[in-house]
Write a protein that binds this ligand. Sequence first.
Ligand SMILES: Nc1ncnc2c1ncn2[C@@H]1O[C@H](COP(=O)(O)OP(=O)(O)OP(=O)(O)O)[C@@H](O)[C@H]1O
Ligand SMILES: [Mg+2]
Length: 228
Amino acid sequence: MNNKYLLEISNLSKYYTIENNSKIEIIKNLNFKLKHNKKVSIVGPSGSGKTTFLNIIGLLDSEFDGNFYFNNKNISLCTKDETNKIRGLSIGFIHQFFHLIPELNVIENVMLPLLINKDEQKSYEISQKLLVEFGLNERIKYKPLKLSGGEQQRVAIARSLVNNPDLILADEMTGNLDEDTANNIFKFFINYIEQTKKTLVYVTHNKSYSLLADEIYYFKNKKNTFNK
Ligand SMILES: Nc1ncnc2c1ncn2[C@@H]1O[C@H](COP(=O)(O)OP(=O)(O)OP(=O)(O)O)[C@@H](O)[C@H]1O
Ligand SMILES: [Mg+2]
């Protein structure tokens, strides 16, 4: 196994079981390699399996066939505890609908991933530093629903980065923002990723955003249904 790849995936297939015990095939024999410090975009029609794929590489879904190495670790051989640990330490997620916890204020939301390994004071300091960089210092005590969509997404981006993960996964992260806000956020985000030399996989329906990647993967709608 070559150390330069953060992700090495071969012959990945994924199907869901639907009614009558028939299977619907979403991903078939996918090969995917990702080096450190690279950006990959994933584009394709609705239902083509983009989120399904992010869930697999984000270690949220272990029900797949094929070979998957994350940082040289064979994920198929990992226990649930091991994959949870890798995910918590090494992967940051950004979603279309922000997924912030409404009861917690901005800085508490950002601190959450840190509290597993660090004390509260340290977690607060690291989170505050990042929120200052993200132009959100004035907002740290706000509850998320008091913020604009763009601000909420900046909080969610800060939360995904606070643990200094190896891999960032973004699923249509600007899909819920108006065009100007989306452009501003995406530009800011990509700059940050490049400056901090993070590895990024992002799903987007926006062609100009997808072109900023080092490599583009095109997902097609296949939806083969079969009985197994
Ligand atoms: N738990 C599930 N059980 C059965 N089918 C599922 C399940 N989750 C997703 N699917 C199906 O798998 C297909 C791929 O879904 P997925 O969410 O990965 O698509 P996507 O490419 O992210 O689409 P979009 O661009 O709309 O977000 C869809 O047809 C969806 O209905
Ligand atoms: Mg999706």
